[in-house]
Design a protein around this ligand. Structure first.
Ligand code: ADP
Ligand code: MG
Ligand code: ZN
Length: 485
C-alpha cells in the first residue's frame, strides 16, 4: 500500500470529500418536549410520550433550537432564511420509535455559508451548503454475551444541527482542520459542547476520487457516524486507497453507504445509497412553519462572541505570539479562556503561553484530562510565572511546583513554602557546597584547568544537583570561577 509504485499511483488521483456534521445542541430541553437533554442517566428515564412518538401527542418546537441554529449559521457566514419549515423523513429503525424523524428537507434555516481553514499550503475557504435542525434518535446497545440488543431512548428528540459542506475538501488533513474549526466555532458560540466521546459531534464522510485534471466528480461513497478526528482521518485514507485500487484494477466504484470499523481499520459495504425519495419526505403536519424575523437575526448577530479566528489574529497582533501558538491556544475555547485569565494577571505573556503550550498541554494529554478538569484557577499559573520572574524559585523548580499544582490544586506560594523550594542565594551556604563538589571531582577540575569548558558545565550541574535544583546558578557560577582561579 505504501510502496513506491503505490505512491506514484496515488498521485494520479485527487480525493474529493464533503462532510455532513451532526452536532447536538446545548439546550437544556429536547427539541419538541421538555425532557432533559442531559447525557447519560439510567436508560429510558429522560423520555415522555412526545419524544417516544406516542400516537396523539403533539410536538412543540423549542425556540432555543432555532436561535442556536441561527447563531451557528451566522458564525459560519450563512444566509439565514426568514421562512423555513420542518419535514418528516420516513424510515424504520429500532432506535426511532415514531418510524420517522422530524428534520428539514428543502427549506433549511441556513444556507450558502463558508468557513476558512488553515492548511499546510495556506488558507482555504470551504463552502457550507446548508445547516438544518432535526431530532436525534435513540441508542441501540448490543450485548454479545446475552446475544440481545437493548434500546435506550434517552437521546430521542435531543436537538441536532446538521452542517453539510460543499465537496471542497481534498485530503484527510483538510477534513481534520475543517472539523477542528467547526468544533471551535460551536464551542465559542455555546451552540454545542462538542464532546465527541459522548457523541455530541459526529461526521459522515462522503468521498470520491478522480484522475488529476478531470473536471467531473467520480462516484462517491458515504461513511456514517465517525465520532473522532482520528477515525475520520483513518477512514478517509483507507477509503481513498480502496477506491483507487478498484479503479486501477478496471472496476468502478459503487454509490453506497459504508460502515467504518475503527477496530479493523477498514470500511464495509452496508447498503446501496438511499435516494431522497426513498424517505418520502413531506411537510410535518404537526408543526407550523418557522418564521425568523430580521430583528431577531440582528439580535442574535449582536450576541455572537469573538470567534476563534478573530481571537487568533488578536493574539498575534496584541501579544506578538507566533501564528502556530496563537492557533493552538484558540482551538479550544476553554484553553483560550484559561490563557486569557492567566495573561490578565501576568506581565509575562510569552511565559504564560509557553507554560500552556508546553507543560500544561503535555500533562493534560498524559493524564487524559480536559482543560475543565485543571484543579487550579488560571490565576495560579500567572503567580507561578511571577515566582520565577522575581527569582523566588528557579525555572527547574517551577516545573516541580507546576506538577504539584496539578496533583494538589494548591497555590504555588504555598507549595514553595511547604516544600522549602525557594532559591538558595546564601553565599556561605553555596560556598560550602561548591568546595565539596571541587573536592569530589578532581578529574573534572583538572580537565577544566586544561581548557575543557565542558568540565565547568559539569561542575555547575553537580552543584545544582547537590542543592536539589534550588541553588542560584549565577552565584554558583561565580563561586566556581573564583575558586578555580
Ligand atoms: P445526500 O443528501 O444524499 O447525502 P448530498 O448531495 O446532499 O447527498 O451530498 C451530501 C454530501 O456529499 C455533501 O457534503 C456533498 O458535498 C458531498 N458530495 C456530493 N457529491 C460528492 C462527490 N462526488 N464526491 C465527494 N463528495 C460529494
Ligand atoms: Mg447524506
Ligand atoms: Zn420527551
Amino acid at each position: 500500500m505504501f510502496s513506491y509504485l503505490g505512491v506514484v499511483i496515488r498521485m494520479k488521483y485527487e480525493i474529493i470529500i464533503g462532510l455532513e456534521i451532526h452536532a447536538e445542541l446545548s439546550t437544556k430541553s429536547k427539541i419538541f418536549c421538555s425532557c432533559t437533554t442531559e447525557f447519560g442517566g439510567e436508560a429510558n428515564t429522560h423520555c415522555c410520550p412526545i419524544c417516544l412518538g406516542m400516537p396523539g401527542t403533539l410536538p412543540v418546537l423549542n425556540r432555543k433550537v432555532v436561535e442556536y441554529a441561527v447563531k451557528a449559521g451566522l458564525a459560519m457566514n450563512c444566509k439565514i432564511e426568514e421562512f423555513s419549515k420542518l419535514d418528516r423523513k420516513n424510515y424504520f429503525y429500532p432506535d426511532l420509535p415514531k418510524a420517522y424523524q422530524i428534520s428539514q428537507y428543502n427549506l433549511p434555516i441556513c444556507r450558502d455559508g463558508y468557513v476558512d481553514i488553515d492548511t499546510g499550503s495556506g488558507r482555504k475557504r470551504i463552502g457550507i451548503t446548508r445547516i438544518h435542525i432535526e431530532e436525534d434518535a435513540g441508542k441501540l446497545i448490543h450485548d454479545d454475551e446475552s446475544m440481545s440488543s437493548f434500546i435506550d431512548y434517552n437521546r430521542c428528540g435531543v436537538p441536532l444541527i446538521e452542517i453539510v459542506t460543499e465537496p471542497d475538501l481534498r485530503s484527510s488533513e483538510e477534513a481534520k482542520a475543517f472539523l477542528e474549526s467547526i468544533k471551535a466555532i460551536l464551542q465559542y458560540t455555546g451552540v454545542s459542547d462538542c464532546k465527541m466521546q459522548e457523541g455530541s459531534l459526529r461526521a459522515d464522510v462522503n468521498l470520491s476520487i478522480r484522475p488529476v485534471g478531470q473536471k467531473e466528480f467520480g462516484v462517491r461513497t458515504e461513511m456514517k457516524n465517525l465520532n473522532s478526528f482520528r477515525s475520520v482521518v483513518r477512514a478517509i485514507e483507507w477509503e481513498a486507497q480502496r477506491q483507487i485500487e478498484v479503479i486501477e484494477s478496471g472496476g468502478s466504484v459503487i454509490q453506497e453507504t459504508r460502515r467504518w470499523d475503527d477496530n479493523t481499520g477498514m470500511s464495509y459495504s452496508m447498503r446501496s445509497k438511499e435516494e431522497a425519495n426513498d424517505y418520502r419526505y413531506f411537510p410535518e403536519p404537526d408543526l407550523v412553519p418557522v418564521i425568523i424575523d430580521g430583528k431577531w437575526i440582528e439580535e442574535i448577530k449582536k450576541s455572537l462572541p469573538e470567534l476563534p479566528d478573530v481571537r487568533k489574529k488578536r493574539y498575534m497582533s496584541d501579544y506578538g505570539l507566533p501564528e502556530y501558538d496563537a492557533w493552538i491556544l484558540t482551538r479550544s475555547k476553554a484553553l483560550s479562556d484559561f490563557f486569557e485569565t492567566a495573561v490578565s494577571k501576568s506581565k509575562n505573556v510569552k511565559a504564560v503561553s509557553n507554560w500552556i503550550m508546553g507543560d500544561l498541554l503535555r500533562i493534560l494529554k498524559e493524564k487524559e484530562m480536559e482543560v475543565e478538569d485543571i484543579p487550579f484557577p488560571a490565576e495560579y499559573l500567572a503567580r507561578l510565572v511571577d515566582l520565577i520572574d522575581n527569582g523566588t524559585i528557579s525555572s527547574t523548580i517551577g516545573k516541580a511546583v507546576f506538577q504539584k499544582m496539578f496533583a494538589t490544586g494548591k497555590e504555588p506560594e504555598v507549595i514553595v513554602k511547604e516544600e522549602g523550594m525557594e532559591v538558595i542565594s546564601d553565599e556561605t551556604e553555596l560556598n560550602h557546597i561548591v568546595r565539596k563538589i571541587i573536592m569530589n571531582n578532581p578529574q573534572s577540575v583538572a580537565d577544566y584547568k586544561n581548557g575543557k569548558q565542558k568540565a565547568f558545565g559539569f561542575l555547575v550541574g553537580q552543584a545544582m544537583k547537590e542543592t536539589k535544583g534550588k541553588g542560584n546558578p549565577k552565584i554558583i557560577n561565580k563561586l566556581l570561577k573564583d575558586l578555580l582561579g
